[in-house]
Design a protein around this ligand. Structure first.
Ligand code: UD1
Ligand code: UDP
Length: 364
């Protein structure tokens, strides 16, 4: 029997761990999965809602660390998680993605000689000013199992000297959740609530510090939205970091006066899937949404200069548009004119990635 700590902390972790936790429960004579939530995200709309939507059980262990500077948050998670590892004596710790909870728990496990599995390993933006890039590099260096979502991940890890025997191309657990919940999401009434027609709106999310902590970049992006909303309404569920900065930079009045730019609180997983699959296109700086739009074949403009998920551009429906106002507007118009690539779905993004991971961990 393998006792395994499945770690989550922030919004993009929940949909990645859910299929793994579910797959392990199927083999309950072989695995004892323990769900640990660090509490990096804690608002109802950033956390609890996802447990309900994704049918995740309540966390077995909640660390309640909350927000803080990078050092503060990482250190708090490490202190609390060290006790958990010492108490539970797990055979393996599974971490997903690239948030502070990911790196903090990997560090603790590795130093206590507990093997680490990193799901979504090998992604690189090659931009070390992005906090997630540091988290990815450190987590991968410490991991014993590196599960990759796209071939670039394997190449990056090999170049960094990680032995090939530790690297497994398994596909994308985020897409497992998307496929599993797509039908259920169609029953969401979010379109009616917001009085939206299918294909009749664009969907936006923004939360990267490089965009929303920098007032100049934030304004350039809003300039683009102001122009685009003349052609199509924009729905913008606002991340707490972004909300805080809208207030901090005194931008809330400006945003409130753009008639077809609708700011709403962050929405749950099923509502967001329903919004995404019915949108004309998406503008985002999210990592995961670049992948979900590729799977759904919805055009995506990524408001960043780089991406750690190049397959979504090479094969999928994604394009990088940076923060250049005119470039964002030009590309949105291209989509509205029907001139966009159709895209294809990367290999093994098929809904069965978690099962492949569990099989590998079982040693089959
Ligand atoms: C974090 C991740 C980022 C991920 C994003 C997903 C790191 C370094 N960053 O960014 O990779 O893409 O989550 O959403 O791990 N806040 C609330 N309520 C919450 C959570 C946060 O109000 O439930 C506010 C706090 O003011 C906090 C700020 O948002 O200081 C930022 O939260 P934090 O977890 O530090 O980073 P994110 O920007 O959410
Ligand atoms: N998401 C959601 N509601 C929202 C915004 C995003 O359910 O209001 C989902 C999104 O579909 C994806 C995940 O949250 O599954 C991505 O998280 P986020 O963009 O916060 O983080 P990133 O992927 O950039 O790390």
């Amino acid at each position: 029997m393998k006792r395994i700590l499945n770690v989550v902390g922030a919004r993009p972790n929940f949909m990645k761990i859910a299929p793994i936790h579910r797959a392990m429960k199927k083999f309950d004579s072989e695995f004892e999965p323990i769900l640990v939530h660090t509490g990096q995200h804690y608002d109802e709309r950033m956390s609890k809602l996802f447990f309900e939507d994704l049918q995740l059980p309540e966390p077995d262990i909640y660390l309640g660390v909350g927000s803080g500077s990078h050092a503060e948050q990482t250190a708090k998670i490490m202190l609390a998680f060290e006790k958990v590892v010492l108490d539970t004596e797990p055979d393996l710790v599974i971490v997903v993605g690239d948030v502070n909870s990911t790196v903090a728990c990997s560090l603790v496990a590795a130093k206590l000689w507990v093997p680490v599995a990193h799901v979504e390993a090998g992604l690189r933006s090659f931009d070390r000013r992005m906090p997630e890039e540091i988290n990815r590099l450190v987590t991968d260096a410490l991991s014993d199992y590196l599960f990759t979502t796209e071939k670039s991940g394997n190449e990056n890890l090999m170049r960094e000297g990680i032995p090939a025997t530790k690297i497994y191309y398994v596909g994308n657990v985020m897409i497992d959740s998307l496929i599993f919940f797509l039908e259920k999401a169609r029953k969401s009434n979010i379109l009616e609530q917001l009085k939206l027609e299918p294909q009749g709106f664009a969907l936006v999310t923004l939360h990267r510090p490089s965009n929303v902590d920098d007032p100049e970049n934030f304004k350039k992006i809003l300039d683009a939205f102001e122009e685009i909303q003349k052609d199509i309404p924009i729905i913008f569920p606002v991340h707490p970091r972004t909300e805080k900065n809208l207030n901090h930079f005194g931008l809330q009045d400006r945003v409130a006066n753009i008639p077809n730019l609708r700011i709403i609180p962050p929405v749950g997983y099923l509502d967001f899937m329903q919004l995404m699959q019915n949108s004309k296109f998406v503008m985002t700086d999210s990592g995961g949404i670049q992948e979900e739009t590729t799977y759904l074949r919805i055009p995506c403009l990524t408001i960043r200069e780089n991406t750690e998920r190049p397959v979504t551009v090479e094969l999928g429906t994604n394009e990088l548009v940076g923060t250049d106002t005119q470039k964002i507007i030009r590309n949105a118009r291209k989509i509205l004119a029907g001139e966009w690539k159709k895209g294809a779905v990367p290999e093994l993004w098929d809904g069965h990635t978690a099962e492949r991971i569990v099989k590998i961990l079982k040693g089959d």
